[in-house]
Every structure is written in structure tokens, then in C-alpha cells.
Design a protein around this ligand. Structure first.
Ligand SMILES: C[C@H](O)CC(=O)C(=O)O
Ligand SMILES: [Mn+2]
Length: 342
């Protein structure tokens, strides 16, 4: 693989996807400390939002320690060079949330939909583009459909005004060949001025390999998290990716030692549990289950005595997708009754 000289924009997820792993309980001080050190390390883009995006604060998704507006107002003014992005899932986040984020100084809005539902992003993508924002379409759970289907949905987002399209491996299920196929088709068929991005989860330990495959196929934006702080087994660990890109003479602009220090000194002490590939996180990747279901399944295990692994496998079999978090407890209860443990 030769990606020598290729410029890659890294996008840190530890303060958004990492919110899942922290059950959305990151303090303002912690947000500021991590974001300012990432800025100092040369991270160009940092996402700050509830784990499920703007407006995610709810019984279904979890109540955060602070509102999105409080987090954004705390972090944005402290940035010297880094730009702040926000995630928005239509149906959870509204156009009012979008305007609020823009008013707080968010420059990049990432409108996320399930990989077959790009049509619900028209209003939000259209409005963000009209407001002159860096507007990204983010197709989640992209392993569930063919490359042709991802392309069809990406073309919709492009037609609404997105200037960048992401192929998102929400379940950490993809292997490099699949990433190559999907990103390669997007690169061949979308407008050449539309950037491509890849967002990986490390549930099969493929975060780095998949990110490299994405870069080789034409992606210029790659998501990851410092020390992998993110849902499931975490996102692609950014300090590792920076080291690998350095060795391959690709250009990320991020200082390796500084980002290593953010990982070790700030993020690891922040973790409630070590982010590692335990049997449940591995099951997410193996069964193709949405990464943020992990903690829901572990909580259901503690409550109903059904193993998180069995719950996750069944969720995978049923093809459950993001937004169906309430089904996890329901399923655990049904399984417990069927097993006679309740
Ligand atoms: C709302 C999700 O957590 C978005 C994401 O990071 C993914 O699908 O992966
Ligand atoms: Mn994610």
C-alpha cells in the first residue's frame, strides 16, 4: 500500500463517540482540557456533542452531564486552530439545534442517518449548506447494505448539498476489502469535489487497517478517538493511526508525541472501564451490532441475568439499528422470561 504524501484530515471523536463510553457524563472541565490539548497537538477537527448527536439528551439515549450548548460554549472559544464539529441525527436533532450549534461557532455539521434513510437528511443538509457550513453526510451501519446501495444514498446526500460523505462502520464489522469496495465506488461515482470520510469502530481490531484502506481508496477525512474512547471497543485509536501514518509518510499534521500524551495522561484516566476488546465488544463486531448498544446490553445483563453476548447476538440476528435502544431491555426481559430466570 502506498499513501505516501497523501494529506489526511483526522477528526477526533473522543468528546462525542466517547460520550457513549462515559454514559454522557463528561464534565465541562474535562471537555476543555481534552479539546485544548488536542488543539495544541494539531488535531484539525474535534467533535463535541451528546453521543447520539445534538438533542440526544433523553430517556432513550441517556441524559448528559451538560447540554450540548453548554459543552459547545465551553469548548469553542478555547480553540486556537482546531474547528469544532457537531453530529445531528434527523429525528433527534432539529433545525433549531443546528442553528444553535452554528451560533456557538460550530463550523462542521455531520448529518447522520441509517445507511438506507438518507432521504430524511434533506432538510438538515440543505439548511447547513445554505448557512455556509462544512456539511457532511454520515451514512451509519454501512456494513448492512451493498456498495451500490451506499452509493445511491450518498448521491442523495450529495444532491442535498453535502460537501463530504462518510461511510460509517458503526458496528466495527467491516474488513478492509469491504472498505476498499465501498469507498472505491463512492470515489469513482461521486462528484470529485465531494470529499470522502471513514468512521471506524475497533470491535474486530480493524480500525487502523480499515482507515488505511479508506485512505487508499480516496478518503481524505478519517475519524478516530484518542486512546479509542468511543462506543463498543472504541473508535480507531488516533495516536496509533498518527504513528502509522507517520511511518507511511502520509501527512496528518498531528504531533505524535503530543497526541500520545493526551491519550495516556488525559483520556485513559477518564475511562470508567478500560476500552478493550472484551467478549461483548468482540460480539458487536462479529455479529454486526451497533456499537453504542454495548453498555445497554451490559446493563440489561446485570438486571435480568441474561448474558450481554446472548442479547447482542439476538439483536444482530434481528437486524436492529440505532434508535432501537429501547428494544434492548425489552428483549432481555423476554429472554429472561423464556429461560425461566424471571
Ligand atoms: C449516533 C452514533 O453513535 C453515530 C456513530 O458514531 C456511529 O454510527 O458509529
Ligand atoms: Mn461511532
Amino acid at each position: 500500500m502506498n499513501i505516501k504524501g497523501q494529506k489526511v484530515t483526522l477528526h477526533d471523536m473522543s468528546l462525542r463517540d466517547g460520550m457513549h463510553a462515559k454514559q454522557h457524563q463528561i464534565s465541562l472541565e474535562q471537555m476543555i482540557a481534552v479539546a485544548t490539548d488536542l488543539d495544541d497537538a494539531g488535531m484539525p477537527l474535534i467533535e463535541v456533542t451528546h453521543g447520539d448527536g445534538l438533542g440526544g439528551a433523553s430517556l432513550n439515549y441517556g441524559f448528559p452531564a451538560h447540554t450540548d450548548e453548554e459543552y459547545l460554549n465551553a469548548v469553542v472559544p478555547k480553540m486556537k486552530n482546531a474547528k469544532i464539529s457537531a453530529l445531528l441525527l434527523p429525528g433527534i436533532g432539529t433545525v433549531d439545534h443546528l442553528k444553535m450549534a452554528k451560533d456557538c461557532g460550530v463550523t462542521t455539521i455531520r448529518v447522520a442517518t441509517h445507511c438506507t434513510e438518507a432521504d430524511v437528511s434533506e432538510q438538515h443538509i440543505g439548511m447547513a449548506a445554505k448557512m455556509g457550513m462544512d456539511t457532511v453526510g454520515f451514512l451509519m451501519m454501512a456494513h448492512m447494505v451493498s456498495a451500490e446501495k451506499v452509493l445511491e444514498q450518498a448521491k442523495l446526500m450529495q444532491s442535498y448539498g453535502a460537501n463530504c460523505i462518510y461511510c460509517t462502520d458503526s458496528a466495527g464489522y467491516m474488513l478492509p476489502d469491504e472498505v476498499t469496495e465501498k469507498l472505491g465506488l463512492l470515489r469513482a461515482e461521486l462528484n470529485p469535489n465531494v470529499e470522502l470520510g471513514f468512521h471506524g469502530h475497533h470491535n474486530l481490531a480493524m480500525g487502523i487497517a480499515n482507515s488505511l484502506a479508506a485512505i487508499e481508496a480516496g478518503a481524505s477525512r478519517i475519524d478516530g478517538s484518542v486512546a479509542g474512547l468511543g462506543a463498543g471497543a472504541g473508535n480507531t485509536p488516533l495516536e496509533v493511526l498518527v504513528a502509522v501514518l507517520d511511518r507511511m509518510d502520509a501527512v496528518s499534521g498531528v504531533d505524535l508525541y503530543k497526541i500520545m500524551d493526551v491519550a495516556e495522561d488525559l483520556i485513559v484516566p477518564l475511562m470508567d472501564n478500560p476500552i478493550r476488546l472484551d467478549r461483548d465488544a468482540l460480539t458487536l463486531g462479529y455479529a454486526g451490532v451497533y456499537s453504542s448498544f454495548l453498555l445497554f446490553a451490559k446493563r440489561a445483563e446485570a438486571k435480568y441475568g441474561i448474558s450481554a453476548r446472548d442479547i447482542l447476538v439476538e439483536l444482530g440476528r434481528r437486524g436492529t439499528v440505532g434508535g432501537q435502544e429501547d428494544m434492548i431491555e425489552d428483549l432481555a426481559l423476554t429472554m429472561a422470561k423464556a429461560k425461566g430466570v424471571l
